[in-house]
Design a protein. Structure first.
Length: 208
């Protein structure tokens, strides 16, 4: 029995070490891409690119939360997931404000910058998605992180499509539409993560 317990303990420790290494890697990737996308979004005048940069920042904060609770009790992981949901919702509201502002003050974004940076961001998120894939079912903490990564791929693809549509139409509206969709994705994901985390938190507290 002691050998069995020791084996389980070693397995848990190995999993925690793997989770920590993965979270550190995706944290730095997202932090770097936030700076790149934010700068490019401001230069290009692209709402979709700016929204995607905020997605990167939100993810970096999410990964920081997740890194903090690796190895902690399940209740901490559930609470951290709820905090992540709040961050995601906050950025969703911010992007909604940007969409409204740009709709009232439209400008055609720089397509070349918008498209090139969006492709770079997609490549970075493919790497993150691959790193997180095997840990997506470890616990609520890692699942919420994986959901963020999955959403990133959708958002990046949307920005690339928006760049193409802006180029074809010479109109800012494809950029605004994609920015709105990214905003909706933020809010939907926030609700999903919050609902799952709240349910797990209640279940854990009921056992006490």
């Amino acid at each position: 029995m002691s050998d069995c317990c020791q084996d389980k303990s070693c397995a848990l420790e190995t999993m925690r070490e793997e989770q920590t290494a993965v979270l550190r890697a995706v944290l730095w990737i997202n932090a770097a891409m936030f700076v790149v996308e934010l700068t490019a979004g401001l230069i290009a005048g692209s709402v979709a690119l700016l929204a995607d940069s905020l997605d990167m920042l939100g993810d970096a904060l999410v990964y920081g939360f997740s890194l903090y609770v690796v190895g902690r009790a399940a209740i901490w992981k559930a609470r951290a997931a709820m905090s992540k949901a709040a961050v995601m919702a906050l950025f969703g509201v911010f992007v909604a404000g940007e969409v409204i502002y740009k709709a009232l003050n439209p400008e055609v974004p720089l397509v070349a910058t918008m498209g090139a940076i969006a492709v770079m961001a997609l490549a970075a998120n493919v790497v993150c998605f691959g790193l997180l894939w095997r840990h997506r079912s470890d616990d609520i903490n890692m699942r919420s992180v994986w959901l963020c990564s999955r959403n990133d791929l959708v958002a990046n693809s949307g920005v690339i499509l928006a760049a193409g549509a802006v180029w074809l139409t010479a109109s800012p509206w494809p950029d605004l539409i994609v920015g709105s969709l990214i905003c909706a994705l933020f809010l939907k994901s926030a609700l999903t993560v919050y609902g799952e985390a709240r349910g797990e938190s209640r279940a854990l507290l009921a056992r006490v």
